[in-house]
Design a protein around this ligand. Structure first.
Ligand SMILES: Nc1ncnc2c1ncn2[C@@H]1O[C@H](COP(=O)(O)OP(=O)(O)OP(=O)(O)O)[C@@H](O)[C@H]1O
Length: 299
């Protein structure tokens, strides 16, 4: 993506996005609802025309690809099916437009676990089954690039695990895999790299590990009957300290050992001390907090 932009009327959906998705790893594409993930993916696939900038796959825009199913596979809208066609015929029709042999249809149906449902009409599929069929379609041309928009949507726990393994296997074969989600924890289990956007702009382009480390550092949580005194001791030693709502202290940039030693040296009792690593959800909220378009009321 190079300076990719898109507006709908007054609404800026994608705002000067630039990033590259590399082969050999799963890249999570994250952002709160309305951040612009689907719009970006649609522009990559040539389904929406960019207002500015460009999106290319292996250096070419989608419309310049010959037999595109063999270059890039996408799952953009699992419900986008011909309802009366059987799963088999849906895939066969796609295969025939891209000179893909019939045998590949059976192969992908087996790969996604829909062999037994091959003759059923896609219109009767559950959300999870439709998702599997969408993934089968994406894999049909054995493409080196895969784009999946919210693929775990509607899948049961077994399905979620299945897709996690599948995506990692595909990346391990050297493919480029971009998978969007608004579920941070799920993405962290699947992806090694993250592109995070908010309000159409790039917020982070980093490894999962680095994302958590930089966005929400870990801290030592200490429970003491003398928080004021311990706070002074720690502050004097140069450690940033915050008091949590339950009275416990959160000490940043410090090892638990050091906190314990300082408390002991000043005779401050410690009831409990624990290192807390920020959860991915916290890191995500911290980074995207101001870029959330829709949020629930209350609080
Ligand atoms: N066809 C359209 N017409 C008008 N506005 C649109 C259209 N498509 C998207 N938008 C707006 O553009 C913004 C980005 O939407 P988009 O669907 O790309 O976000 P998203 O990150 O995929 O969100 P979600 O996680 O909810 O799927 C939103 O404000 C949305 O309302």
């Amino acid at each position: 993506m190079e300076n990719l932009s898109k507006r709908y009327g007054d609404k800026v959906a994608v705002d000067g996005l630039s990033f590259a998705v590399k082969p050999g790893q799963v890249t999570g594409f994250l952002g709160p609802n309305g951040a612009g993930k689907s719009t970006t993916m649609r522009m990559i696939m040539g389904l929406d025309r960019p207002g500015g900038g460009r999106a290319t796959i292996g250096g070419r825009s989608y419309r310049d690809l010959r037999e595109p199913l063999r270059r890039v596979g996408a799952l953009l809208d699992a419900a986008g099916l011909h309802k009366r066609r059987s799963a088999y015929n849906h895939l066969l029709w796609l295969a025939q437009t891209n000179r893909i042999p019939k045998t590949r249809v059976r192969e992908v149906l087996r790969l996604v676990g829909l062999e037994d449902a091959a003759r059923q009409r896609a219109g009767g599929f559950s959300l999870g089954m439709a998702g599997r069929l969408g993934i089968a379609a994406a894999l049909l041309g054995d493409p080196p690039v895969l784009l999946l928009d919210e693929p775990v949507n509607g899948l049961d726990p077994e399905g979620v695990l299945w897709i996690r393994t599948l995506l990692n296997d595909l990346a391990a074969e050297g493919r480029t895999v971009l998978v969007s989600s608004h579920l941070m924890s799920e993405t962290a289990l699947t992806a090694q790299h993250l592109i995070v956007i908010g309000r159409g702009r790039l917020i982070a382009d980093t490894s999962v590990r680095e994302f958590v480390r930089s966005a929400a550092p870990s801290h030592v949580r200490v429970r003491t009957p003398e928080p004021e005194r311990l706070r002074d001791v720690l502050a004097a030693a140069g450690f940033p300290v915050k008091q949590a709502s339950d009275g416990a202290l959160e000490v940043y940039e410090a090892e638990a050992d050091k906190v314990g030693e300082l408390a002991a040296a000043h005779g401050v009792p410690v009831y409990e001390s624990a290192v807390r690593t920020a959860s991915l959800e916290e890191a995500f909220m911290r980074l995207t907090g101001e870029d959330v378009e829709y949020r629930g009321g209350g609080r």
